[in-house]
Design a protein around this ligand. Sequence first.
Ligand SMILES: Cc1cc2nc3c(=O)[nH]c(=O)nc-3n(C[C@H](O)[C@H](O)[C@H](O)COP(=O)(O)OP(=O)(O)OC[C@H]3O[C@@H](n4cnc5c(N)ncnc54)[C@H](O)[C@@H]3O)c2cc1C
Length: 299
Amino acid sequence: MTPPFPYAFENYPLAPMTLYKVGGPARLALVPRTREEIIEGYSWMVKQPGPKLVLGGGSNVLIADDGYPGIVIFTNALTGIEQLGPDRYYLEGGAVLDDIVRGVLIKNNYDGTGGLTGIPGSVGGAIYMNAGTVNGTICQLMESVDVLLDGGVRTIPMEESLYGYRGQTFCPPIGLILGGTFVFRRAEKDQQAIYDHYIERRRRTQPPGNSCGSVFKNPQNDHAGRLIEACKLKGTRRGGAVVSEMHANFIVNEGGATCADILALIDVVKRTVKEQFGVQLEEEVKIFGLRERDAARSA
Ligand SMILES: Cc1cc2nc3c(=O)[nH]c(=O)nc-3n(C[C@H](O)[C@H](O)[C@H](O)COP(=O)(O)OP(=O)(O)OC[C@H]3O[C@@H](n4cnc5c(N)ncnc54)[C@H](O)[C@@H]3O)c2cc1C
């Protein structure tokens, strides 16, 4: 059923909404223009049968070639940034993370720039993934998070026990992170210099072009990239997708790659690393549309 919302679209192309630029359309997309429409659209969406998905900047997702057989809601309208007090801010989930890094952290010389520099996507997506680097992650900077759920908005005080390496337990897959309260600390080191340093480092070590960043999580005490490189898989191709020569944990869409091409490479990498090192790699990228279609078929 299509709702009577002016921001509801059937058969909505998803590839342009992701950094990978692959995948088919969503059966139905809600593209709200305001926070009120997000709450209205979400409240309607959660009552519908079938799969549902929240999408931010699309920088950590891979969409199936046949598309997403359910409802997708976008968070881009949540762009608000409000200063609540000295060093305390409310940041909405659809705000662009890099805008926050440059416009809030660097501008005020707050700690945290090192962990968040160069990560594409939205604040909400970053919170959902607990995005970051060895220099720190986003949830470490938060006082509380607002999650929209079936029963309404829940404000959850942030605690260390609620998040870990590229994940968290406060927002279920069907939850929508509306935003959160952040408390920043003034830094001693110049944050602009830290930003410039890490942007330059990413330029030297990570391939440009269409990707999702690291495809696999790092196994404990090791690096997925090191293992993949040691298996001599750099440069391995399937269709338009290639294991990057620059960074083995990146699979790049060089143009015209399909989701099937990328999945085939994921499979080769996982099998080879398991065979040669006995290590089972786990995807960091979130894959949508495959399991959901299988589930619909077997229902
Ligand atoms: C070149 C490149 C470099 C990268 N480097 C890093 C890095 O250094 N560290 C790192 O951690 N990641 C990195 N990433 C991965 C990615 O940028 C992060 O995971 C990012 O935080 C995802 O945000 P997004 O808004 O794009 O989320 P999306 O890709 O849109 O979604 C990712 C997941 O979050 C969920 N989600 C998104 N928004 C919300 C919301 N508001 N509420 C609830 N759920 C939501 C989605 O359902 C999905 O499960 C990189 C990616 C690229 C392409």
